[in-house]
Ligand binder design. Structure first.
Ligand SMILES: [Zn+2]
Ligand SMILES: [Zn+2]
Length: 236
């Protein structure tokens, strides 16, 4: 983890503890272990102290009974409207199934650029999912959707974490790493150090017993930038 500077807290930080921090906000009931993992992944990937905040209750307004799913756009707006005061970024996590427009389901959605992203854990446990694979899918989606908030678009490099994953095969085929180009964009916006970021991520993955599943050091090594640099398609 990054070494945290010792400093005194401002009045604002005492009154609003999320100020300047990355926040993980559950929408509805979400397993504690998933929230703790999400916090660790966010903290390592984006080099910011990360808080798990009080859950936002599920709201019928975002539910589509004929589909049995919630609207991803609605959840994103809900998370944006209720983000903890002063938060640097917010990643909302839901265990509910979400969809948008003509897509049957979505793994997640991020505002590009923006302050909020939403990730659904509903689908990760399906389709050849060992517990380890489920967690790695979860980590990839968190980084992907939060990546959008820093202005990163979809990437054409099939190994890049910013590749749009419409299904499990694409998702499982990406690395838990950004290609050289996406990584440079992220580091330019956030002033993160790419090597330090990788080291932090390695630590978290080892802690959670996912080092092998992720493919070890090779799994975190950035693939080359794609030959075709135009973004693939727009959101989610
Ligand atoms: Zn990329
Ligand atoms: Zn995306």
């Amino acid at each position: 983890m990054h070494t945290r500077r010792v400093r005194t807290q401002s009045t604002e930080e005492v009154a609003f503890p999320a100020v300047g921090k990355f926040c993980v906000v559950p929408i509805g009931e979400v397993a504690e272990s998933d929230l703790a993992f999400a916090r660790d992944v966010v903290e390592a990937s984006f080099g910011r102290e990360t808080l798990v905040c009080e859950p936002l209750p599920l709201q019928d307004a975002y539910y589509y009974p004929e589909r049995g799913q919630y609207g991803a756009n609605g959840f994103l707006r809900y998370a944006e409207a209720n983000a903890p005061r002063g938060a640097y970024r917010t990643v909302a996590i839901t265990a509910q199934d979400i969809f948008a427009a003509d897509l049957n389901f979505l793994f997640g959605m991020g505002r590009c650029p923006g302050k909020c992203a939403v990730v659904s854990t509903y689908r990760f446990g399906f389709y050849c999912a060992t517990p380890e694979r489920r967690m790695v899918r979860f980590a990839k989606l968190i980084v992907h959707e939060a990546g959008h908030t820093f202005g990163l678009l979809h990437c054409r490099q099939r190994l890049c974490i910013m590749k749009f994953a419409e299904g499990y095969e694409t998702l499982d085929g990406t690395k838990l790493a950004m290609c050289g180009r996406c990584e440079r964009s992220l580091c330019a916006v956030t002033a993160l150090d790419a090597d330090e970021r990788r080291k932090d991520l390695e630590e978290v993955l080892k802690e959670h017993g996912l080092w092998e599943e992720v493919g070890g050091a090779e799994g975190l090594a950035p693939p080359p930038a794609p030959a075709d640099l135009t973004p693939e398609k727009s959101l989610p």
